[in-house]
Write a protein that binds this ligand. Structure first.
Ligand SMILES: [Zn+2]
Ligand SMILES: [Zn+2]
Length: 410
């Protein structure tokens, strides 16, 4: 069977998250996005674990509520601020992991994404002992990721580098960028939302499609390891240009710089503040190849823009959280079941019967890749342009800044 899975989210017990992030809400929202399995995130936190335990038990490592399956996961911040994702086979493994790290963490019970005073090798050693999967989260993010501080998997995970089976691409990267690095060819790439809110513009904005025999932890583990016929068959994510750290840019005034220019200026902006190295430039620094070379097992990557954003842009709303956007989004989901159907599969004539022409045209433009994106950088998300006059021009000269609509800034 084929399933869609979002394997990195945060509960309301993590910092800066929506208080709507309950298991109940996630279980109801996921199917509307076309998602069958969600990784719980934050599973070391007692409050969140209690909520997970209220779900129906499918097996040791799989839980279900309202038809949505959950597997146990956490993101921890290790030494050097590197973020790691860990997937556990059972509640016992979660408890044991917690026991082993409790003296190394001061905020285990107060933050769903705890800080742990252990490096990659130490964390991977514990994960391996407990038959859990571990890998770097949003690998290229300039603040809190493996390639921000290390030049290779081995630098971070030492002898345990071979045990690392996956790497999360993060919002600012895709397969074409990451497969320029040779050591990553061996890994399964995960595309996850890392969302802090259940809003449809956040949940499953990136997800994975797996070929499995059942929607369970064991089967997903096999898919990540690519054994027993299980495998990832698709990565779905935002165009990397939309990511907050795609290009090198100033963290204060958001002026963009080329790598050479930034180096020449010693990473200091004309305004005096710091230029943050973008994912694109970081990858170029460590890349083994000028062009990506995809290993045979690498599935295709589809760039998807959340439907709520397409609607926002199409009908000229300020942000995707307005009642009007929600109403239009609900109309389409009610008619076609879930977001993936609307964005990719549904016949455009049928979409036209359900919604207004501007939204139909925008979905059509998205399908035909007539979408212009002004790249993000310095912490500012990229900007999508669906304006018909600008469609097809494929340049980033989008006129005066106050006339541009920034979909991601709210
Ligand atoms: Zn993270
Ligand atoms: Zn600046």
């Amino acid at each position: 069977m084929i399933i869609n899975a979002d394997l990195h989210i945060h509960s309301r017990f993590s910092g800066a998250t929506s208080d709507k992030m309950s298991i109940e809400t996630i279980s109801l929202e996921a199917p509307r996005k076309g998602i069958r399995v969600v990784a719980t995130g934050d599973c070391l936190h007692s409050g969140w674990l209690k909520e997970i335990k209220q779900c129906n038990v499918i097996d040791d490592g799989t839980f279900e509520l309202n038809g949505t399956r959950f597997i146990l996961s956490v993101e921890v911040e290790g030494k050097n601020r590197v973020h790691h994702l860990i997937y556990f086979p059972s509640l016992c493994a979660v408890e044991e992991f917690k026991n082993k790290i409790k003296n190394k963490s001061k905020n285990l019970e107060t933050d769903g994404r705890p800080n742990v005073d252990l490096d990659g090798t130490e964390l991977a050693t514990i994960a391996k002992d407990l038959d859990s999967l571990i890998g770097p989260a949003h690998m290229f993010t300039p603040w809190t990721a493996i390639y921000a501080y290390y030049n290779s998997l081995e630098d971070c995970y030492g002898d345990l580098a071979d045990y690392v089976s996956f790497g999360e691409l993060g919002l600012s990267a895709d397969t074409d960028l990451a497969d320029r690095i040779k050591e990553l060819h061996r890994l399964t790439f995960l595309t996850n939302s890392d969302c802090h809110s259940p809003h449809p513009v956040r949940l499953a904005r990136e997800f994975n499609r797996f070929e499995v025999k059942d929607a369970t932890f064991d089967e997903i583990k096999k898919a990540i390891l690519r054994i027993g016929g299980n495998k990832p068959i698709l990565n779905v994510g935002l165009p990397p240009q939309e990511g907050k750290y795609h290009e090198s840019a100033c963290i204060s005034c958001f002026t963009h710089y080329s790598l050479e220019e930034a180096q020449r200026r010693h990473w200091k902006c004309v305004c005096g503040k710091r230029i943050k190295k973008g994912v694109k430039d970081r990858i170029s620094e460590i890349a083994d190849y000028k062009e990506p070379i995809h290993p045979a097992h690498r599935p295709p990557y589809i760039h998807l823009i959340p439907l709520a954003e397409i609607i926002t842009k199409a009908i000229g709303q300020q942000n995707p959280f307005t009642q009007t956007v929600t109403k239009r989004w609900n109309e389409l989901i009610t008619a076609f079941g879930n977001e993936i159907n609307v964005l990719i599969d549904a016949n455009i004539d049928n979409i036209a019967k359900v919604t207004v022409p501007a939204i139909t045209e925008a979905i059509q433009a998205f399908r035909e890749k007539k979408v212009v994106i002004r790249p993000g950088g310095g912490g500012q998300y990229g900007i999508i342009v669906l304006n018909t006059e600008e469609i097809g021009t494929q340049n980033f000269n989008l006129g005066p800044k106050d006339k541009q609509m920034t979909l991601f800034e709210y």
